[in-house]
Design a protein around this ligand. Sequence first.
Ligand code: GUN
Length: 287
Amino acid sequence: MSARILDGNALSATVRGRLAERAAALQSRGVTPCLAVILVGEDPASAVYVRNKVAGCEKTGMRSLKDSYPADVDPAVVFARIAELNADPTVHGILVQLPLPRQFDSDAVLEAIAPEKDVDGFHAENVGALMQGNPRFIPCTPYGVMEMLKSQNVPLKGAEAVIVGRSNIVGKPMAMLLLAAGCTVTVCHSQTRDLAFHTRRADILVAAVGRPRMITGDMVKPGATVIDVGINRLQSGPDAGKLCGDVDFASTKDVAGLITPVPGGVGPMTITMLLANTLESAERSAR
Ligand code: GUN
């Protein structure tokens, strides 16, 4: 049996339609939701992500500001800009694209963003709120994954959820959200002994490691829901230059019950949830 494909573009379009209606309602009250994005350096992948975030705002009836700085910028310049954006009442969301160049203390940059405008949900105060089960902003990628699971009515209470990857951006917040939803959660990482032992137990398997096609069909429980967060560009082989996920789609699609493709799965949902957080922030400011 072949897995059902969970189409992130289709779900994204539905959610964005609802967001556009809410943005229009806010606009009629004189408030235009606005996201400010800061990009430092010339990393091509980061440039694409930022371009998609800005385009997403425009298409949903939101405003965006984009500040680009050269890779060797003095961090003081960026901190000064963040302070300005924090103080600007017409700005509802602030995002600094990661990774930052070496001269930056990334944690210090994230802490400089006003927590009530931290639409990435990376500020320590917001991380703490999420851990306590009282989130202010849910980090966009795990938020998108939860929306995808919800859209398919995937049973979560009592389910075995296995996350491969322990990053602050995906793995850790994903664990908190699945735990809050009633899953029994296992987080695997580079030091995990016998990864396949864990992944084969998963009713819900989330791959977020950044290693192309590392999860293969033989590591997946028949009928499982497989969520592929990876976006990797293949460097060699017959598919060189193509995008692929952390899951080997070809061998997994006949084992899993439900699977997200790459591209067109989690990626579009991440940006959609960033727009949702920005809109939510603007609505709160107008209350
Ligand atoms: N780099 C990769 N993913 C993300 C994200 O979700 N937010 C930010 N700010 N940078 C990223």
